[in-house]
Ligand binder design. Structure first.
Ligand SMILES: Cc1cc2nc3c(=O)[nH]c(=O)nc-3n(C[C@H](O)[C@H](O)[C@H](O)COP(=O)(O)O)c2cc1C
Length: 408
């Protein structure tokens, strides 16, 4: 699968609360290399400003039907677009397009284009479940439009239910799938179907006493991206994550743990049922030997905290792995290749992904990553800096190859 094809993306933003998420989406699309033209509906401008989008995309933003310099700008945009994304898509815009209404710039461009259109609905659950809205969605799907389905969760109106817009990273992945020629399979992609994938993510927290702990800078972004993409490609995904503020991808079984010891217990309990383990978590290497059951006085802290090693979860799995595929991550700052190659052998892994955590725009907390991937056959891949979603796709492509080779 090609993950880096880019093109002209028209991002239509409509008048819903989730318009704020479209700002991040425009940034993601631009960072990926797409040329992004934003069209804001009149109502969207009640929520977000053109200035935000012009700054994030380095392009002018279109805000009205009749304020353009050429009379036929709507046709030019419609013809130049490689893809149109409507995010958020209100019930209103879905209804209008489904019924052939073109009464503003966005709906007119959609009507005039031959490019694929992805709608990313976001609305209150009652609106989303309204049979009229569902009928309009079904109609648009029948006409070949794509939908990045909303997730269940707490909505801006305070209600829990379906209607929360897909995360910007998921929408970016949908866009890239379409650029990669994966239009037919979009949404029902099956190349990992039948595979049970365990992904670990995030940091762990090692308690010193009842109020203090040791941790690291991991946020879980890489592991969550892998879980999301594995799910999108049809795998049955179990995500085991340390403390992270990220929202788990919908449809992924997620277990939250705190410490390295907790993570080990859950990973080992579920290992038997899994085909592929991808250990992207930054598990603490050390933990306080004696956790105090009360808050230590500050004078006590220096001498009281003695550190011991945590168990190496991945190494333990390597010893009992059988036919399973094991993928490890190495966060290194020095001698990347030597250290990672040694880990691959010592831990009996099938593949290791090396993060240079000292490099700019890669490693902990960033949206992008620059990795090297070494597999059991000695193949080394050095993809360029790319979004973590793209790195996730590459890792999963390699996992699929290794799995197929094992099944032969
Ligand atoms: C505070 C506020 C939040 C809204 N959020 C949504 C929403 O999330 N989804 C939706 O479909 N409509 C939402 N609406 C209603 C739309 O703004 C309204 O239907 C409007 O006509 C949409 O116009 P547009 O589709 O041209 O942008 C909201 C309205 C208000 C006042």
């Amino acid at each position: 699968m090609t993950v880096q094809t880019t093109g002209k993306v028209v991002l239509g933003v409509t008048g819903g609360i989730a318009a704020y998420k479209a700002c991040e989406l425009s940034r993601f699309l631009t960072k990926w290399g797409h040329n992004v033209a934003v069209i804001l509906t009149e109502n969207a401008q009640e929520f977000v400003t053109p200035l935000t989008f012009s700054t994030l995309t380095n392009n002018d933003v279109i805000t009205g039907m009749f304020d353009s310099i050429t009379n036929t700008e709507h046709i030019d945009i419609a013809e130049e677009a490689d893809l149109i994304v409507v995010a958020p898509a209100t019930a209103n815009v879905i209804g209008k397009v489904a019924n052939g209404i073109a009464d503003d710039m966005l709906t007119t461009v959609i009507m005039a284009t031959k490019a694929p259109v992805i709608f990313c609905p976001a609305m209150n659950v009652n609106m989303y479940e309204n049979p009229i809205v569902q009928g309009n969605i079904a109609k648009l799907k029948k006409h070949g439009c794509f939908f990045e389905e909303p997730a269940e969760g707490e909505l801006a109106c305070g209600v829990i239910g379906m209607g929360r817009m897909a995360e910007p990273a998921e929408i970016l992945a949908a866009v890239n799938d379409i650029f990669a020629g994966d239009i037919i399979n979009r949404g029902i992609k099956t190349d990992l179907e039948g595979l049970k994938v365990m992904v670990t993510a995030g940091p762990t927290r090692e308690a010193i006493d009842t109020v203090r702990y040791i941790t690291n800078f991991s946020t879980g972004k890489m592991g969550f991206a892998i879980a999301r993409r594995a799910k999108a490609r049809g795998a049955d995904v179990l995500l085991i994550t340390g403390p992270s503020s990220l929202i788990p991808p919908s449809g992924v079984e997620t277990i939250r743990v705190i410490s390295a010891a907790d993570m080990k217990i859950v990973v080992n309990e579920r290992f038997e049922e899994i085909d592929v383990v991808i250990k992207a978590a930054a598990v603490a290497d050390v933990t306080p030997k004696n956790k105090s059951d009360h808050k230590l006085k500050k004078e006590e802290c220096g001498d009281a905290i003695k550190l011991g090693r945590t168990d190496d979860i991945l190494k333990g799995l390597g010893e009992i792995k059988g036919d399973k595929i094991l993928v490890g991550f190495a966060a290194e700052t020095r001698d990347l290749m030597e250290n990672a190659t040694r880990k691959l052998k010592d831990k009996n892994l099938d593949m290791i992904v090396i993060n240079d955590v000292s490099s700019k725009n890669a490693g902990f907390g960033t949206d992008t990553n620059e990795v090297k991937i070494i597999d059991i056959n000695g193949n080394v891949d050095s993809p360029p800096l790319m979004m973590k979603e793209g790195v996730a796709e590459l890792i999963l492509d390699k996992v699929r190859e290794l799995w197929r080779a094992k099944c032969r």
